[in-house]
Write a protein that binds this ligand. Sequence first.
Ligand code: C5P
Length: 286
Amino acid sequence: MTTAAEAFASAKINLTLHVTGRRSDGYHLLDSLVVFADVGDRLILTAGANLSVAVTGPFAEGVPTDGRNLVWRAAEAAGWMGWIELEKNLPHGAGIGGGSADAAAVLRALHGQNPMGGIGAERALELGADVPVCLSSLPQRMRGIGEQLRPVQDVPGLNLVLVNPHVHVPTPAVFRELMHRENPAMQHCEGWDSGPAFLDWLGQQRNDLEIPARSLAPEIGEALSALDGAILSRMSGSGATCFGVYDTMDVARNAARRIAAKYPEWWVQATRTVGSDARQVSRATT
Ligand code: C5P
């Protein structure tokens, strides 16, 4: 790449997150349905002689601009030099991708056609357990610690509200709080023939990190209660961002407005997910 390239790092949402075991190195085995939303961070990459990172946007504060930033490490892993402008629109350390989504966006911008961003599956995973899944923005079932990925068909686009109550819950601390590490995997994860069938199935799945995260940050419970009128509400990743699924985008936008008015200090965002089929999800969809 010789000129500037743009990349978009979509918010990653774990619609489900089952913790099914733990490896001998302490990493947890997961079974998760991951989708991506139309909100995210924006990146511009301009090739040059040195590597440098500049961060702007509403969530720029506290984001490192050196080798601690995953975009820096992703560029290094890809053997690329230049200037990376990163516009942080998403809260980071928040269960919706953060640094992993940004790193994956860098790899996509540099090596778009290569399934593992040109650096191989192992190195992508080393950058962060969520980097491989974030290389694609389509619905995927993620297993292992994040390295076993399979596209999932028939996931409808969802109308969501994302709510982050501005608390940071460190991922390792949340995993440490888990009472049970060997929980059932997801039931089948495909073949829904309608929006309601998908939602029924989704309602029967879990995020096993929700209870441990709520014990560390009770605000997560408040965020889930604030998502009133949602067909379903749940935490994403290790938190603290929660999502609510709504019937239509208008209903989602109205709910977002109500929540933002009540909790002006929270991050609240209505968004659509990218589905693997064209259907809108709503209870009325057949
Ligand atoms: O790889 P990533 O930066 O996403 O992980 C942060 C931390 O979360 C790890 O160091 C580990 O303590 C915990 N983790 C885990 N099992 C996973 C993913 C993360 O225990 N599958």
